[in-house]
Design a protein around this ligand. Structure first.
Ligand code: GLU
Length: 432
């Protein structure tokens, strides 16, 4: 199954609905630049191992390319192309002045020591350094990449920039030199706090999704205490989603990670699940003392009765095979690409509403944008300010999506793509 084909199907569906000009569509269907790199890493036993990575820059009509770097064994060019394309549409849908990009390295980080991971991160970043930059392309975390990894990458880029300045003969005490070295911090986002990171970035993907859910609850007078939530995936997005939604009063009844899931009809204590995952490595190891608790597989978890299903694991989770068995009336996609286009049609037929990834998880890149702004201005905001500004971006993005959905009688996904297309078309035309 090609993930990029799924992306193209989503773009084409929206383009057809809004009657997009074929020339603009042709531009949006192709990444602008694709880089494949191979590089050696010295392993702890003294041997050299070769690794392969990618950086795809999909489109920069609205601003510098922006998007995470994924470290995973399944990474391939097709996946990175799809993810970079979604970034372009995500940033445009949110209305932030950035384009789309994505990177990846084929590696299982669980098999590396801390030192090997650092050398791999630095080596990969050095390979892509000529095409990234604080005003060109700004990477960030994605699956299995962390603030620490971003810190190594930012540091490596700073060293690389200093080397370039020497090669270019730029005097070390000149303003140009000082500016390029200080701006270098803005080459990646998702850095640790105190090292250029932004308050609120860790929880941002989930917080953005929670603001959308809050808005939906206001519109439909939903009472959180009577609303059950299942969260698939317990990484950065999923664990924060469970915590934030629980704090908002929602009843979390199911959680899962790559090893399996836990279901408790009487509710799960999100905080306890987070500490037990941190301690034991998986939510399936958590003690099940609550009412109606049992272990479930990830497949089963998706098909259980609940009011809101939050998808925060990975792509292709709801497919033509299981879509018909999904019971949740509302799905919120915090992962990228968790629902295939075939599954979308089945869910639509069943009246299941899907708040799509490019809208629901745009909180992550929005706070990345804030981090980048803070780095370049060397002026830092409080968590309250960050969350206030995030809400001011994501709620209007959702309202715009709802309006477009009404106007074209289409799904939230189609509307989110149209919302992005309208902004992208304007930016592209101004440059042609
Ligand atoms: N990896 C995240 C995403 O898929 C965040 C990207 C970013 O912050 O640039 O949206």
């Amino acid at each position: 199954m090609s993930l990029f084909k799924n992306t193209l199907a989503q773009i084409n569906n929206a383009a057809e609905t809004v009657g997009l000009d074929k020339d603009i569509l042709a531009i949006l269907e192709k990444p602008q630049r694709i880089l494949e790199v191979s590089f050696p890493v010295k392993m702890d036993d003294g041997t050299l191992q070769m690794f392969k990575g990618f950086r795809v820059q999909h489109n920069n009509a609205r601003g510098p390319h922006k998007g995470g770097i994924r470290f995973a064994p399944e990474v391939d060019m097709d996946e990175v192309m799809a993810l970079s394309t979604w970034m372009t549409f995500k940033c445009a849908c949110a209305g932030i002045p950035l384009g789309g990009g994505k990177g990846g390295v084929i590696v299982n980080t669980k098999e590396l020591s801390e030192g090997e991971l650092e050398r791999l991160s630095r080596a990969y970043f050095r390979e892509i350094a000529p095409i990234v930059g604080p005003h060109k392309d700004v990477p960030a975390p994605d699956m299995y990449t962390t603030p620490q990894i971003m810190n190594w990458m930012a540091d490596e880029y700073k060293k690389w920039t200093e080397e370039q300045l020497v090669k270019e003969g730029v005097p070390a005490d000149s303003d140009v030199c000082k500016k390029r070295v200080s701006d270098a911090l803005g080459v990646v986002t998702g850095k640790p706090l105190g090292q250029g990171g932004s308050e609120g970035r860790g929880a941002a993907t989930a917080q953005g999704g929670a603001f959308v859910i809050e808005q939906i609850a206001i519109e439909r007078t939903i009472n959180p205490a009577d609303t059950t939530v299942i969260v698939q995936g317990f990484g950065n997005a999923g664990s924060f989603a469970a915590k934030i939604l629980a704090e908002m009063g929602y009843k979390i009844i199911g959680v899962s990670d790559s090893k399996g899931g836990l279901y408790c009809s009487g509710g799960i204590n999100a905080e306890a699940a987070i500490s037990c995952k941190a301690e034991k490595g998986s939510v399936v190891e958590c003690e099940m003392t609550g009412e109606g608790c049992r272990r479930v597989t990830n497949e089963e978890l998706l098909e259980l009765e609940c009011d809101i299903l939050v998808l925060s694991a990975k792509e292709n989770q709801i497919t033509a095979e299981n879509a018909d068995r999904i019971k949740a009336p509302l799905i919120v996609e915090l992962a990228n690409g968790p629902t295939t286009p075939e599954a979308d049609k089945i869910l639509e037929g069943k009246g299941i509403e899907v708040i799509p990834d490019i809208l629901a998880n745009s909180g992550g890149v929005t706070v990345s944008y804030f981090e980048w702004v803070q780095n370049l201005a060397d002026n830092y905001w409080t968590e309250e300010e960050v969350n206030k500004k995030l809400k001011e971006i994501i709620v209007p993005a959702y309202l715009r999506d709802s309006e477009i959905k009404e106007k074209y009688s289409c799904s939230h996904r189609c509307a989110a793509f149209i919302s992005a297309i309208l902004r992208l078309e304007e930016a592209i035309r101004k440059r042609l």
